[in-house]
Ligand binder design. Structure first.
Ligand code: NOJ
Length: 535
């Protein structure tokens, strides 16, 4: 069974998800059990031993529902079933049971903002203005100027038979559900109950800031400026809906977590979605997904999160990549050193960590010509299949995978990297172990160190446990003297062996990240990291 649902620390109980390392499984590209060329739930189950070895606490499974796959499964045709290409409900149950047996929790991707245009509700809704499900969606005689995400077309598509426009914040094949209709609320609540009754441990909630709509249906200047409406839609009604969702989930499974995709890219806005502890438990924090390899940008993102979320007692989420955005290595100019340093940064920040599949392998984006895009928005780069074995077809026997592998897949395969203690895969595993053994890294405070010239430094501490993390963003060696004696627990550039920890020599190599702890009890007493200074 999964680990304890709460951890008692001092006088505070902390729910499991605060310290969790969650792993995003893009099911279609993870592992293929039946040779179809697409990953499936049985493929995930067959690789649970690997995920357990890695040390992850929970999986977020991207949508596996019946779907025409226009938006790779985010166009859901049945919220309570499994698409045959991914398996069956029985296969889901097996995966859940096996994951739980290994102590791994499972989160399902819940997509409340829209359905597929092939969902029976929408097929009925468009069958006539008097149809039973007509007002389960939004219909208007005249469109507004709103632009949709993914293809930046209009958010309104004319249904020629009934001569009205329907609303879709995303693709025309994803009509928005009308959450002002109590029957929609009830039906969607039932879908939550369905998965909770099967035993899931929570939900990643898709595009959650979109649920409430501007019911005045007014044109918007930001649309004129070319922004998609989902990037600024942030209506007060959503919070009311979220409170009911939270209450329902808490009633059915008090330990379940709700982590929302609040894609507003402003910390001041996302903090609202935690409510007063009665809305989302966690919200994704998007600025890191766009952050360049620049210590000043990173410092301001981290400081902003600390500043906004800390006082609200809202627990941060950190992630470097996902299925909608470029992989870290590609974003950072193809440098594996930077990808390695970034993953050290990820695991040493204060908050819940989400790792997107393949980031632990240092994969790059798949290089695809526009004519080969499978996604209407061209987000295929980070969606390539996971290379399991060194030799092609890298564990994907049968049909050719639905997307090509990323470059150097043999060298970056799981097999090659498990054999190499110096690999980014082993580095990730060491980070997970260090974190899970340290209350300071899991829950401790985050304090920036006064270090300049291209090195981001901070300390994490709780009671008498302390770490200092130094990330050199430059391509030259930097002297970073610290008071007291420190030893290197993690070095992004090399495996130094766990038995013999090396002393910190006061220098951080180019694009290197170090996690340091006081060397000895005596050293710890002498150490005052407030005194950290640049050379
Ligand atoms: C966010 C998902 O991550 C993305 O892949 C999808 O296209 C949109 N929401 C719409 O569901």
């Amino acid at each position: 069974m999964p680990s304890a649902s709460t951890e008692q620390l001092g006088d505070r109980r902390r729910p499991w998800w605060m310290s969790a390392v969650c792993y995003e499984v893009y099911v279609r590209s993870f592992a293929d059990s039946d040779g179809s060329g697409e990953g499936d739930l049985a493929g995930v189950r067959e690789h649970l031993d690997h995920l357990e070895w890695l040390g992850v606490d929970a999986l977020w499974l991207c949508p596996f529902y019946p779907s025409p796959m226009v938006d790779s499964g985010y166009d859901v045709a049945d919220f309570c079933d499994v698409d045959p290409r991914f398996g069956s409900l029985q296969e889901f149950d097996r995966l859940l049971a096996d994951a739980h047996a290994r102590g791994i929790r499972v989160l399902v991707d819940w997509v409340p903002n829209h359905s597929s245009d092939q969902h029976p509700w929408f097929l009925d809704a468009r069958s006539g203005r008097d149809a039973e499900h007509r007002d389960w969606y939004y219909w208007r005689d005249e469109p507004t100027n709103w632009r949709s995400a993914i293809d930046l077309g209009s958010t309104w598509t004319l249904d020629e038979d009934t001569e009205q426009y329907y609303l879709h914040f995303f693709l025309p094949q994803q009509p928005d559900l009308n959450w002002t209709n109590p029957r929609v609320v009830e039906a969607m609540h039932d879908t939550l109950r369905f998965w909770l009754a099967r035993g899931v441990d929570g939900f990643r909630i898709d595009s959650v800031q979109c649920l409430g709509k501007d019911l005045t249906f007014s044109d918007n200047d930001r649309s004129l400026a070319g922004e998609p409406i989902n990037s600024f839609n942030d209506q007060p009604e959503t919070h009311e809906l979220l409170r009911d969702i939270r209450a329902l989930v808490e009633r059915e499974n008090p330990e379940a977590v709700l982590v929302g995709e609040v894609n507003l890219r402003r910390e001041a806005s996302i903090v609202q979605y935690y409510g007063h502890g009665d809305e989302l438990n966690l919200t994704f924090n998007f600025p890191p997904l766009d952050a360049p390899w620049d210590p000043i940008v990173w410092r301001s993102i981290i400081a902003e999160i600390e500043h906004r979320l800390g006082p609200a007692d809202a627990w941060p989420v950190w992630t470097l990549a996902n299925h909608d955005n470029s992989r870290v290595r590609t974003r950072y100019g193809g440098s594996l050193d930077r990808a390695r340093a970034a993953i050290v940064l990820l695991f040493t920040l204060r908050g819940t960590v989400f790792v997107y599949q393949g980031e632990e392998l240092g994969l790059s984006d798949v290089d695809l010509r526009r004519s080969a895009w499978r996604d209407p928005g061209g987000r295929d780069g980070s969606r390539g299949p996971i290379p399991w074995t060194r030799e092609a077809p890298h564990g994907w026997t049968g049909n050719t995978p639905w997307l090509p592998f990323s470059p150097d897949s043999g060298a970056h395969s799981v097999q090659a990297q498990r054999d190499d203690p110096d690999s980014i895969l082993h580095l990730t595993r060491r980070l997970i172990r260090l974190r899970s053994g340290s209350t300071a890294l899991r829950y401790g405070s985050w304090t920036e160190l006064d270090i300049t010239r291209g090195v981001l430094g901070f300390r994490r501490e709780l009671d008498d446990e302390r770490f200092v993390c130094l990330i050199n963003f430059t391509d030259s060696v930097r002297d970073v003297p610290l008071d007291g004696q420190w030893e290197v627990h993690i070095d992004s550039r090399a495996f130094r062996g766990e038995a013999a920890l090396e002393p910190y020599d006061g220098r951080v190599r180019p694009e290197q990240a170090l996690v340091l702890a006081p060397a000895t009890a005596a050293g710890r007493e002498q150490t005052d990291v407030h005194g950290a200074r640049s050379a």
